[in-house]
Every structure is written in C-alpha cells, then in structure tokens.
Design a protein around this ligand. Sequence first.
Ligand code: 4NP
Length: 154
Amino acid sequence: MRVSFVCLGNICRSPMAAAVMAHRAAEAGVPVQVDSAGTAGWHIGEPADPRTAAELRRRGVALTHAARQFAAADFARFDLVLAMDADNARNLRRLAPSAHDAAKVRLLREFDAASHDGDRDVPDPYYGGDDGFRRVFEMVDAACLGLLETLRTR
Ligand code: 4NP
C-alpha cells in the first residue's frame, strides 16, 4: 500500500501525518509506503515547520522531510491520496488525470470512526499557536490508527 498525505504547504499537517503513519505502521508491523506533498509550491525544499518538528519530537515520532508539491504524475505512484481538508481534496481531484485517480483522493479523517460528516478537516495550524499543532497531532494520530486498521483487515 502506497499512501500520500497532502496539505497546502507540505510543512505542517501532511509531514506530521506521514511521520505518524510511518511510526504507527512500523509499530504494528504493517507494510505501508508513506509520502507527503502540498497542493501549493511555496515551501518546496524546506524542512517541516519547527512547530511540527517540536510536536513530533515531544511524541517520540521520527521525522525527515523536504517539502514538495503534488504533481498530476504522482497519482500513478499511490493507491491512496489523503487530503487534510476539503480544499486540498478539491484541488487534488481537479489535478487528477483520470476518474480512477480522482477516486484515490479521500479525506484523512474519513478513517477516524469518531469523526463526522461535515467535520472532517484537519484545520490549518500555520497561523495559530502551539496548541493547534497538538490538536493536529491528535486528529492525525486517531485517523492513522483507523487507516491502519482498514489496511490490516482488507
Ligand atoms: P500546511 O500549513 O498546509 O499544513 O503545511 C501551511 C503552511 C504554509 C502556509 C499555509 C499553510 N502558507 O501560507 O505559507
């Protein structure tokens, strides 16, 4: 299974989601290839936001990251493309070369059984404080555990 996590800038949410999923999958012994990218290209080549890095360090989750922009050709490389919010999902579906590729786009939080229709965005923490990054970690971790369960039972 090859999964790409996608947000806007690829420095806050999606690098955190990819790192958490890699950590949880390794812990569970489930083979998953993870990647992350942004729909925007503003931060290409940059490391993760220091607040994402700090939150992951605090949780004992390893991170190596250089930001990149999701390209149409990337769809061929992944089974699932998990958007952090509805805007990201819309932009990804618009970019998809085929209906088959567009169908790979899902919201990450769909995999959190405790989440609800209409409230499935991982909110952009970029302009907020550290508590936003803590919240993102908790949302992403719950969804990654659900995703892991889905992958395990399929
Ligand atoms: P991310 O957060 O999409 O979770 O990486 C953002 C990072 C940068 C910007 C916006 C959101 N920005 O406007 O530069």
